[in-house]
Every structure is written in structure tokens, then in C-alpha cells.
Design a protein around this ligand. Sequence first.
Ligand SMILES: Cc1cc2nc3c(=O)[nH]c(=O)nc-3n(C[C@H](O)[C@H](O)[C@H](O)COP(=O)(O)OP(=O)(O)OC[C@H]3O[C@@H](n4cnc5c(N)ncnc54)[C@H](O)[C@@H]3O)c2cc1C
Length: 385
Amino acid sequence: MIDFELTDEQRLVRETAREFADREIAPRARENDRNEHFDTELVQKIADMGFLGAIVPEEYGGRGVDYRTYGLIVEEIGRGCSAMRTVVSVVTSLVCSSLVRWGSEEQKQEWLPQLCSGEALGCFGLTEPDTGSDAANLKTRAQRIDGGWRISGGKMWISLGNYSKLALVFAQTDPDKQHGGIACFLVPTDSPGFSTQEIHGKLGLKGSDTAELSLDDVEVGDDALMGEVGEGFKIAMSALDSGRYSVAAGCVGICQGSLDASIAYAKERRQFGKPIASFQLVQELISDMVVETDAARGLVWRAGWLKDTDRPNTTETSIAKLYATEAAVRCANAAIQVHGGSGYVDDYPVERYLRDARVTTLYEGTSQIQKLIIARAATGLNAMT
Ligand SMILES: Cc1cc2nc3c(=O)[nH]c(=O)nc-3n(C[C@H](O)[C@H](O)[C@H](O)COP(=O)(O)OP(=O)(O)OC[C@H]3O[C@@H](n4cnc5c(N)ncnc54)[C@H](O)[C@@H]3O)c2cc1C
């Protein structure tokens, strides 16, 4: 039986995250967005709160919280600023959760404490210039050499890539084997032959770092291989199971933020001698946001509960990701409508919410890809082969 009742500890964590997001994150969001500033000082504050790697066991420097609690933290950070929420999602879900699940004891001890404390950031290098949705079709090659591997190729759209000390790099070891040849490597970004380039001109998420990675005959030892050769695709998909949950939870924050801002504005703003909140068409915009926020949160909590109780959850995570990301776009758009002309400039957070929400239906699997996953489970037929 799914139990949506929060424990006292979960309430406390949510309260702490909410207060932190209001005090530290939200006030910096506009300037960081305007200046395309990746705010490393704020990232450190987030780490100091224990919000990076919160699901990592305490013995490796994490907080050891469950997925439902993690979702509450991510929602609050997402309400404050999606650029910072992206940091939490990438480091915690894509990088740390992969290490926890697939890393050797040495790999966990080397990387997890640094990632949880904010001493190091990590990035997730799956996408390539020619390889997006068809993620198994990687062009990056890893070739066996004496005592290790030589990796060559390029990765595209990699969040935190310019600031990370560790890159998870997915590479093909044997093209004939397709999925079965993919491996995941833990590549220190100061390795000779590893370089990065900043990507600018994004619609939103301007306070987040996005990079293109180049690997030019980067040599790593055997100890850089995470899991076995051939397990790389499984590692990537399990990381995305956690990452999609995190994106979805952040989008609940965008929905809630859009709603909160709209209610406050609509009660304050007067037209025709009355607060605009009293007009039925404005009430419709607000009621749609209430319903979408509730529905998105319910789906995220269900996915979190399935994860916490070790039940299969890939489909339910995709359902939560699909719904919450699309709902965030709709809620942010409706919030601009409630704000009228004022919603079109950055005096209020709603235009940033819309620009930031827009990427969430693209990354970690587009909405189309989530639909194919959901329909694959429903029909037993895989449209992605
Ligand atoms: C700001 C930002 C940050 C990112 N961060 C990271 C990161 O940290 N790490 C990382 O590895 N990647 C990252 N990405 C990449 C992201 O995951 C990809 O952009 C995404 O997976 C889509 O791939 P693509 O851009 O190549 O689009 P494509 O795969 O080329 O898709 C283009 C369009 O075709 C549709 N399409 C493709 N295949 C099908 C199909 N079979 N059926 C129906 N429609 C289909 C898609 O849904 C989409 O609408 C990031 C992207 C952005 C923009």
C-alpha cells in the first residue's frame, strides 16, 4: 500500500530545504540567470547542507536518505532555481547513484566522499554530437591497451562538464557487439587529452554549466572501468532511472513556484476595480495549476515509494518524468498569463520558470522517448529497436 503520509523526519528535511531555497537559492537565481553565471559558491552551500549525494550511504559521505526524502529536497531546490537543481540531479542521481550501484569499493571510497562534500563535481557523459535518443549507438571508442584503456571521441551537452573533476564516460569497446560492447569509465578530467568547451546561447538554464567534452587518446588504468565491459548501457539506464526521478521532482518545484507566484500576484493586482484573482478565467488558470501540481507530485511520490521499496519502477519513473516536465512547461506558461505583461520580464520568476522548464522535456530522454518506454511496457512491443 502506498503511504503518502510524510514522516516527522521527512517534514523536517522538507522544511529545512524550503527555508534554504528561499533564503539562499531564490534570491540569486535572477542575477545568475542574467549573467549566465555558474554559481560555484552556491553549489558549495548546497553541498554543505548535505543536499549533494543525499541518497548516498553515510559511510561514503552521504546522508543516506530514501528516495522520497530526496524528492522533497529536489522539489524545493527546483522551486528556487533549476540551474542549481540540475547540479543536484547530475551529481546525486547520474553520478553518485551509479557509483553506489556499480562502483568497486575502491572507486566508491575514492569518489563518493568528494562528490558529496562538494570538493569535486561529477558529470555524466552519454550524449554525443551524433548520438542522442539512440543512446546505444555511441561513436566514442575505448581501446584496450596494456594495463588499461585508450578513449577517443566527443560528448555533447554535458551538464557541469567544465567544472567537473570526474567524468563518467560511456564508450564502445567493440562496435560489432552494439549494446554488449558499451563500457563506463571513471575519467579524471585532468587526464592528458581530455578537454572541454563551454556551450552558450541556451534558451534557459543559463546559470547551469553545459559543455562539449573532447577525449583525444585519453589513457586510463583498468581501475577506471566501472562495472564490466558490456554493462555500460545498463549502467546508463539505471542512472537515468534515478536522474529522471530527480528531474521530475524538480519540475514539481517549478509547478509549485508558478502556482505560488500566480496566487500572490493575482490577489494583489487589481483590474476593473477588483483583484484579478476574483475573475473566473484567472481562477481557471490557477485551478489548472493546482491540479497539475498535485498530479505531478503524486506521480513523483509513487515513483519514489517504488524505489524505496525495491519494486520495479522504470515505467512509473518515466510516467512521472513525462507528466511533471510537461506540467512544468504548462504551469510556467499559465503563470506568465496570470502576470500579464509583468510576467514577460524577470521581475518575477515565472518567465525563467518557463525557459528553465523547457529543457526538462528534452534531457534525460525526450518526452517522445518517455512515451516509447511507457507504451513498450503497455504493449510489450519496443518501438526503439
Ligand atoms: C542543457 C542540456 C543539458 C544536458 N545535459 C546532459 C548531460 O549532462 N549528459 C548527457 O549525456 N546528455 C545531456 N544532455 C543531452 C540530452 O539528454 C539530449 O539532448 C537528449 O537525449 C536528446 O538527444 P538529441 O538532442 O540528440 O535529440 P535527438 O535524439 O536527435 O531527437 C530530436 C527529436 O527527435 C525525436 N526522436 C528521436 N528518436 C525518436 C524516436 N525513436 N521516436 C520518436 N521521436 C524520436 C526526439 O524526441 C526529438 O524530438 C543535455 C541537453 C541539454 C540541452
